[in-house]
Write a protein that binds this ligand. Structure first.
Ligand code: PMP
Length: 363
C-alpha cells in the first residue's frame, strides 16, 4: 500500500519520547531507575487530582462529557476568560495538532525556533506544510529572526515560552515588538507548558496578548506542574474563530473523563503548585551548584529542566548514564550534539544524577 500513502508523510521524523523506566529495567536488568528525560513533575501528581480520580472511578462506564463543561467553566473563572474561548485537548500535543489541521495545507508553512518543541514540526509536516526553522540566538527564541522569515505562506508561528529544550524565555518588550510587526494573517501560538515555573518578572505571558477577536493563542498543560502527564490533558485559550474551527475538527470525546475530573481538582490545588515550584527551585539550585563545581556549562533555566554541555557525544553519555540507572534526553536530535537535557528532580535525584554524570565522563 506504500504508494498510496501521502508522500509528505515519509518526510516526518517520528517523535522520540524519553525512554520509559520499565524499558530500561527490562533491557539492562536494573531495578532502581531514575527518569529525568521527559520534564515530568517528580514530586508526583496533585493529591487533589488523585482524590478526584478515586471518587469518580466507578463512572467509567459512561462516555466522557464531550464538551468538558465543568473543567472549562473552572478555567474560565480562574483566568477570567470567556467559556467559549477555552478548549481542552488530549494533551497540549492534540491542540497543536488540531491547530495545524485547522490552518495548514501544502501551500502554507509554519515558523518555529530551532531547536524547539518537535511536535510543531511533526504536526505541520503531517499536513504537508512547510516548516521554517529559525535558529535560536543565545539559546533563546529569536523573534526578530522569525519576523524576517514570515512570508505570505506563513499561517502559524509557534513560540515555546519557556522554550523546550533550552528553558529560556522571550520577554515582554520583544513580544510587544514582534506582535506590532507580524502581519495579520499569522496566528501566534504561545506554548506555555512550563509557565508556572517561571520566576523572571520580564516573562511575556501570552495571556496579556490574548483577545477573543485576535490572533494570539495560549496553550497550557496539566502534564507538568500538576503532575498529570499520564492522563493526557492540556488546555488552550483560542480566539473566537479558531475555537469554532477547533470544535469542528476535534473528536467528539477527545478528553477522557478521568482526566477531566483530575484536572478540575488539580486546578484548585494551589498547595501542590506551590510545593512543585519550591521543589523545582531547590533542585535547580543544587544542580547549578554541583554543575558549577564540576565545571559544566549549562543554560540557566526558567522551566523544570536544564540543558547542559557535557563536552562529549550526547548519545554516548546518554547510553552510559542508562547503565547507571539514570535516563536523560540526549541533545543530538535536538541540534545540541554535546548537550543533554535533564529534568530537575528532588535534591537526592539531582545529586545522584551529577554523581553518575561525573562517573561516566571519567570512564
Ligand atoms: N509544549 C511543550 C513546550 C512541551 O515541552 C510539551 C511536553 N513535552 C508539550 C507542549 C506537550 O504537553 P502535553 O503533555 O500537554 O501534550
Amino acid at each position: 500500500m506504500k504508494k498510496y500513502i501521502q508522500k509528505h508523510i515519509f518526510n516526518i521524523q517520528p517523535y522520540q519520547p524519553g525512554k520509559p523506566v520499565q524499558e530500561v529495567q527490562r533491557e539492562l536488568g536494573l531495578r532502581d531507575v531514575l527518569k529525568l528525560a521527559s520534564n515530568e513533575n517528580l514530586l508526583g501528581p496533585s493529591p487533589r487530582a488523585l482524590d478526584a480520580l478515586r471518587e469518580h472511578a466507578e463512572e467509567l462506564n459512561y462516555y466522557p462529557d464531550g464538551g468538558c463543561y465543568y473543567l472549562r467553566k473552572k478555567i474560565a473563572e480562574k483566568f477570567s476568560v470567556t467559556f467559549d474561548n477555552i478548549v481542552i485537548g488530549n494533551g497540549t500535543d492534540e491542540i497543536i495538532r488540531i491547530l495545524c489541521h485547522t490552518f495548514l495545507d501544502p501551500d502554507t508553512e509554519i515558523v518555529m525556533g530551532s531547536p524547539s518543541f518537535v511536535m510543531y514540526r511533526i504536526s505541520a509536516a503531517a499536513m504537508g506544510a512547510g516548516v521554517v526553522e529559525v535558529p535560536l540566538r543565545d539559546h533563546t527564541i529569536d523573534l526578530d529572526g522569525m519576523l524576517e522569515r514570515i512570508s505570505g505562506r506563513t499561517r502559524i508561528v509557534f513560540i515555546s515560552n519557556p522554550n523546550n529544550p533550552t528553558g529560556t524565555i522571550v520577554k515582554r518588550n520583544e513580544v510587544k515588538n514582534f506582535l506590532n510587526k507580524a502581519p495579520d494573517h499569522v496566528c501566534v501560538v504561545f506554548d506555555e507548558a512550563y509557565f508556572e515555573y517561571v520566576d523572571d518578572p520580564e516573562f511575556a505571558d501570552g495571556m496579556k496578548y490574548f483577545t477573543p477577536e485576535g490572533r494570539a493563542v495560549v496553550l497550557r498543560t496539566f502534564s507538568k506542574i500538576y503532575g498529570l502527564a499520564g492522563l493526557r490533558i492540556g488546555y488552550g485559550f483560542l480566539p473566537d474563530d479558531i475555537a469554532d474551527a477547533f470544535n469542528r475538527v476535534r473528536n467528539p470525546f477527545n478528553v477522557n473523563q478521568a482526566a477531566q475530573e483530575a484536572a478540575a481538582a488539580a486546578l484548585d490545588d494551589d498547595e501542590h503548585v506551590q510545593n512543585s515550584t519550591e521543589f523545582n527551585r531547590r533542585g535547580r539550585e543544587l544542580l547549578y551548584r554541583e554543575l558549577h563545581r564540576a565545571g559544566f556549562d549549562f543554560v540557566p533555566t526558567q522551566a523544570n529542566f536544564v540543558l547542559m554541555n557535557v563536552g562529549a557525544d550526547s548519545e554516548k553519555v546518554f547510553r552510559a548514564l542508562l547503565h547507571e540507572g539514570v535516563i536523560v534526553r540526549p541533545g543530538r536530535f535536538l541540534g545540541y550534539p554535546q548537550h543533554i537535557r535533564v529534568t530537575i528532580g528532588s535534591e537526592d535525584a539531582c545529586v545522584r544524577f551529577v554523581m553518575a554524570l561525573k562517573k561516566v565522563l571519567v570512564k
